[in-house]
Design a protein. Structure first.
Length: 342
């Protein structure tokens, strides 16, 4: 069964490579453009990010500098602050900006939150907001005008229609926004570890090339807030999957020892009789999803200067962002939005 899964994934990768070739790209660059990241600190120096003080009653929009310089672009990454929802913080006086239709929150609250968020972005009231039923795939949908009223399945959206806003829902996964500054086309991608493994972002750039004639040198990208290296612990099976697909996979994983002041002060309280290697103490394996998606953008032809990495960790900054892991699944959703002004 495992061999069959690898064969299926290899077929998917060959299909993406064929798409890139059709669009004028060279998949072989995946091996040639392996860029070495800057030297990082030691394992014991990888610390969670410090929480950021926020005004809970105000809608906050996180923006990418490169996108702000393009006058016809509308974009933004939401946070959890502002809004009218109380489902996930019932004891908090200020409402929250849950933008996902979950069972815990009312549709009326979410609709009002989305209206407020689009207004804060500067979108016109009549503008369409297109979302996806996300399935952790490499499927990218081109959006037409009528798609605003349909439920699309996949993990990528792209359009060149003014007044249509593409939105990706996240609560730890990595959102990636792309804009073609020459052809006036935009795209948005949802990249969890499974979608990243299936090269959702790399596939998306290839699709933009075939659908809009986009050239990598005209593209700018923003990697939004998501769970960062400091907090994204994964199993060995995830490292094995990435190692089977990416030559640079070893550079995406770190073994990190989590700091625990109580354990450090009272180590005898945490002695275990389990055999070495079977204890839950010690370093954990962490994955850098943000870097993984940045590398895919580079492999697709974008230069480093065109890629903005916001770098905020949703799990560390749970007062600012919704985090599926930090809140054990009972949490709201952020939206990452990109669109073309009318």
């Amino acid at each position: 069964m495992r061999r069959s899964a690898h064969s299926s994934r290899s077929a998917d990768i060959r299909a993406i490579d064929a798409l890139l070739v059709q669009g004028g790209l060279q998949p072989a660059r995946r091996r040639l453009l392996v860029q070495r990241p800057e030297k990082r600190e030691g394992l014991d120096e990888v610390r969670p990010q410090k929480p950021v003080r926020v005004v809970k009653s105000r809608i906050e929009v996180v923006r990418a500098p490169a996108f702000e310089r393009v006058p016809w672009l509308i974009h933004g990454f939401s946070t959890r602050t502002g809004g009218v929802s109380h489902a996930f913080a019932p004891d908090q006086r200020a409402g929250e900006l849950n933008l996902g239709f979950t069972g815990a929150d009312s549709r009326e609250n979410v609709a009002e939150n989305r209206r407020r968020f689009l207004d804060t972005l500067g979108a016109r009231p009549a503008s369409a907001l297109v979302t996806l039923r996300q399935i952790h795939s490499f499927v990218v949908r081109r959006v037409a005008g009528q798609d605003a009223d349909r439920t699309l399945r996949g993990d990528g959206l792209m359009t060149n229609l003014p007044g249509v806003h593409l939105a990706i829902q996240t609560a730890d996964c990595i959102p990636v926004l792309i804009a073609d500054t020459r052809r006036k086309a935009v795209a948005a991608f949802h990249a969890g570890w499974r979608g990243t493994l299936k090269r959702i972002v790399e596939n998306g750039v290839g699709r933009m090339r075939t659908e809009f004639g986009s050239r990598p040198e005209d593209l700018i990208a923003a990697i939004g807030p998501g769970i960062a290296l400091c907090c994204y612990a994964v199993g060995e099976e995830v490292r094995s999957e990435f190692a089977s697909q990416f030559a640079y996979a070893p550079e995406l994983f770190r073994e990190i020892s989590e700091s625990d002041p109580i354990r450090e002060k009272y180590p005898l309280l945490f002695l275990t009789a389990r055999a070495p290697g079977h204890s839950n103490l010690g370093p954990q394996l962490h994955l850098d999803l943000m870097e993984a998606n940045r590398r895919q953008l580079v492999d697709a032809g974008l230069c480093d200067e065109s890629i903005n990495v916001i770098g905020h960790c949703t799990r560390c900054q749970r007062n600012r962002y919704f985090s599926y892991r930090a809140e054990q699944g009972f949490t709201g959703r952020m939206l990452s939005v990109v669109g073309i002004r009318r």
